[in-house]
Write a protein that binds this ligand. Structure first.
Ligand code: PEP
Ligand code: MG
Length: 842
């Protein structure tokens, strides 16, 4: 244990001090939450009394906890009963997981509103980790924000936690929380206080997350809400008594007046016949439900001497790295291998390790230290409002669990799965997904995850139908329940009838036959019945994919997403390395076909580790694509230089993403011309832009004279036109590129381009949908750049239609009122329900 040191706390607000015993609330006055001070505030911004990490900030913004590097936890609670204001009157300026400096502004509050609508404005600052302190001010009088008010004796709290006597682990059945605002500070304190009366190690669980049941902050950080299903587990001599007492306490509201929640059976009884989510990987399957429940791991907070705990952590990290290397070496595809490589990089992340080592030095166990540092970092990722980073938090959870199990000596049990399994789970980790036995597992459905998560990418890579964003209710399904997983529709049908099963079988057979036929004709040209030739090219992100695309009949690459070439790299690739990559791709395509290299499209949902950026409130509306590259022109210049080096090897095209203004194109062209001159090139490659911002589509007539081609990025064009986040799991069905507004922008773009003799492609996921083929052709699009596996299917769809008919249907559907109407009209145009299995783009 480290020698005790003093940590000075500053006043978080200006105001009048009041003795804690005077606070009109028995939980605070009785110091059940912790000891500290109370201020009647005259300022209205709560500031950090110490430096550390925000270990919890309540969603309602009325309470926040900071943990210092040495583990001292200080809770600030603004007003009494302010949880009932549900966030009204509070503005959070920091997020959980964020590091803050002493004095930094944390929460702004509207003192007048709170004084009028809550019981009191009295604000508490409490040392909830239990260290003793010396007060530097009296219990009454005036304090100024930032003034030193307490000296806390660091490292003096650990001795109160004797190691539990080993015993059986006991777990309660699920309890639906009756508290109107979940376990906020006061009920959480009552629970933690009651838990401390037992010697057993106690945990409170919500879904995959767990909290030390004796830690008020950990319980608050679970961010529970009314009706949430939680469980208590305990291990030690008095585990059984602890679980019984704490279960009762939870059902009774932990000291709060509550009304009984709906029993679990009632919720289950309301289970509809079809549960809906979002397609993560296309396809369908019939099978029986098997639920994966992650075993809760019991983690002791305090450990042996720091050198012993440090050694335990290092050993676990080495073993985890070896296991990941093995998974990488034996991965069945590149997608899997890349994910395990990214996991290995997380293992070596210096900031994770620094945080864990600091906690071990402060007397914590290796398991506790590692878990705290990975949980805090994952929470920070999730709080940044960036879909991709939030999904990387799932990777961090995965790596975190892997190391934690190794520290605790918990051995992974191989899942014993029956044939025809449809897995259901709150969330699958990328490791679990990559390890699924696809001979037995036919598909899966999860509550968490998004269509762009690594889990979804892996599912697509191994052809497993999958749905994410399912309702929590799904976890109430019994193992063995017969279900039909229709990922194309995002539906899980319970107890399917004979007719649905027959339809599915017929559909599978039809798909199989059609796929074989499409493959057999893949190398033939894509010409409509009336003789219009359409370029069907590929969207790629690597040389391997390019080779695969050319084998499947692509007439070149319509979109090389260059930002994906070096994803996860901490350092920018050298010029030679970039030249080697682009040249290999160019050679694979050859001189007879187009290679369209899109310049780095970093930002938004695609952070690139070696291009650090400030965090943004709205990353999709921030420094993305060409905007970022023009802010850092050296980045663009170096990329141009490397791309130009392969101009002799193929029909080279360069494309700029996210162009909004003509000035951006002019500036980029200037840099390109300078670089081409330095290299002594006689001809410039073709230069085009993506049309993915409505402004660019609306100004297409102004832009067209200055480009060689347009390629429409319907993914972004749709999200910006409809103002719907492209990765939002709840908006996935509405954020549809078939919306007539998007179709009108496409028509406008094509008209402007053709008036100036320029060609137009579509490289968004819409081009990979069979259903969209007659529509896009009818709107006049010249090239479809599609997901690699779908090249044969899209070429075949082109061969099935007449351009003249396509023009008529395109004109008609552009006047309909919704995306759903457009889809329906197109399905009728096909004369039959179109198989939606080609909906997703990898
Ligand atoms: C698009 O926005 O449609 C597109 C092709 O670009 P990305 O999906 O890479 O943003
Ligand atoms: Mg885009």
């Amino acid at each position: 244990m480290a020698t005790p040191q003093q940590l000075q706390l500053l006043a978080p607000l200006s105001g009048v001090l009041m003795a804690l015993d005077q606070v009109p609330d028995p939980v605070f006055a009785g110091r059940i939450i912790g000891d500290g001070l109370c201020i009647d505030p005259t300022s209205s911004t709560l500031c950090a009394p110490l430096a550390g990490v925000v270990s919890d900030v309540q969603a309602s913004g009325h309470a926040l906890t900071i943990t210092s590097d040495a583990g001292v936890q200080v809770l600030m609670h603004i007003g009494l009963d302010t949880v009932n204001l549900a966030g009204e009157g509070f503005t959070r300026r920091v997020e959980a997981g964020q590091r803050v400096e002493a004095g930094q502004a944390l929460i702004d509050f509207d003192a007048d509103y709170i004084a009028l609508h809550a019981r009191s404005l009295l604000t508490l600052m409490l040392v909830v980790s239990g260290e003793p302190f010396d007060s530097l001010v009296g219990s009454t009088g005036w304090v100024e924000v930032g003034q030193p008010v307490m000296d806390v004796l660091v490292g003096a709290a650990g001795g109160e936690h004797p190691a539990p006597v080993p015993g059986d682990a006991v777990c309660s059945s699920p309890i639906n929380l009756p508290n109107p605002n979940g376990l906020h500070a006061r009920p959480a304190a009552v629970f933690a206080q009651a838990a401390k009366a037992f010697s057993a190690t106690i945990h409170l669980h919500k879904l995959q997350a767990q909290a030390n049941g004796k830690s008020l902050v950990a319980i608050m950080a679970l961010q529970t809400a009314h009706g949430d299903s939680v469980q208590v587990s305990a291990e030690g001599e008095d585990a059984e008594a602890a679980v019984a007492a704490l279960t009762r306490l939870l059902s009774e509201g932990c000291g709060e007046a509550v009304t009984a929640p709906a029993p679990v059976e009632a919720v289950a009884a309301e289970m509809p016949n079809i549960l809906r989510g979002v397609c993560a990987s296309p396809g369908s399957a019939l099978g029986r439900v098997m639920q994966i429940v992650e075993a809760s791991l019991l983690v002791n907070e305090f450990g042996a001497a720091p050198p012993i705990e440090l050694e335990a952590l290092s050993q676990a990290l080495i073993e985890a790295d070896m296991a990941l290397q093995h998974l990488r070496d034996t991965a069945s595809g590149q997608a899997q291998a890349e994910i395990f490589k990214a996991h290995q990089e997380l293992l070596a992340d210096p900031s994770l390790l620094d945080q864990a080592r600091a906690l071990i030095d402060a007397g914590k166990s290796a398991a506790f230290a590692w878990k705290t540092s990975t949980d805090a970092t994952a929470a920070m990722f999730r709080s940044l409002g960036n879909a991709l980073l939030a999904e990387r938090a799932a990777d961090l959870d995965d790596v975190g669990q892997r190391v934690l199990k190794l520290i605790l000596g918990v051995h992974e049990q191989a899942l014993e799965l029956p044939d025809d399994t449809i897995l259901i789970a709150d969330q699958l980790t990328p490791s679990q997904t990559a390890g699924l036995d696809t001979r037995k597992v036919l598909g899966f459905a999860t509550v968490g995850g998004g269509a762009t998560s690594h889990v979804a990418i892996l599912a697509r890579a191994c052809g497993l139908p999958a749905i994410c964003g399912m309702p929590l209710q799904m976890l109430g399904l019994d193992n063995g329940t017969r279900v039909l997983l229709d990922a194309d529709k995002g539906e899980l049908q319970l107890h399917p009838d004979a007719e649905s099963i027959d339809q599915l079988r017929t559909r599978h057979e039809r798909q199989r036959q059609r796929h074989q036929q499409e493959l057999a004709q893949a190398s033939e040209a894509a010409c409509t019945r009336d003789g219009q030739h359409i370029e069907v090219t590929a969207n790629v992100a690597s040389q391997e994919e390019t080779a695969q695309a050319m084998e499947l009949g692509a007439s070149g690459v319509g979109l090389l997403r260059s930002e994906f070439l070096y994803l996860g790299r901490q350092q920018a690739p050298s010029h030679d390395e970039q030249v080697a990559t682009y040249s290999a791709i160019a050679r694979t395509i050859g001189p007879a076909h187009n290679l369209v290299v899109r310049t780095l499209d970093v930002g938004g949902d695609k952070p690139l580790a070696y291009v650090p950026m400030d965090s943004e409130t709205n990353p999709f509306l921030g420094l993305r694509g060409i905007r970022l590259c023009l802010e850092r022109p050296q980045l663009l210049r170096e990329q141009f230089r490397a791309v130009l080096a392969c101009s002799e090897l193929t029909r080279l095209h360069i494309m700029l993403p996210m162009v909004t203004n003509l000035a951006e194109l002019r500036r980029a062209r200037q840099i390109l011309e300078q670089e081409a001159r330095v290299l002594g090139l006689a001809h410039l490659p073709k230069l085009g832009i993506m049309i993915e911002v409505p402004a660019a589509a609306l100004m297409a007539d102004v832009l067209a004279p200055h480009v060689d081609f347009f390629s429409i990025g319907t993914n972004d064009l749709t999200q910006y036109t409809l103002a719907m986040d492209r990765d939002h799991p709840r908006l996935a069905s509405q954020a549809d590129s078939f919306h007539p507004s998007v179709l009108r922008l496409i028509a406008m773009t094509v008209k402007a381009a053709h008036a100036h003799g320029k060609w137009v492609g579509v490289c968004g996921a819409m081009a990979s949908e069979r259903l969209a083929v007659p529509l896009l052709l009818g709107l006049g699009v010249d090239e479809l750049s599609v997901s690699v596996p779908l090249i044969p299917a899209i070429k075949s769809a082109v061969r099935e239609v007449n351009l003249a008919d396509c023009r008529i249907i395109a004109e008609q559907v552009s006047n309909l009122e919704s995306a759903a109407d457009v889809r329906e009209a197109l399905q009728q145009f096909h004369g039959a329900k179109v198989d939606a299995s080609s909906v997703m783009e990898n």
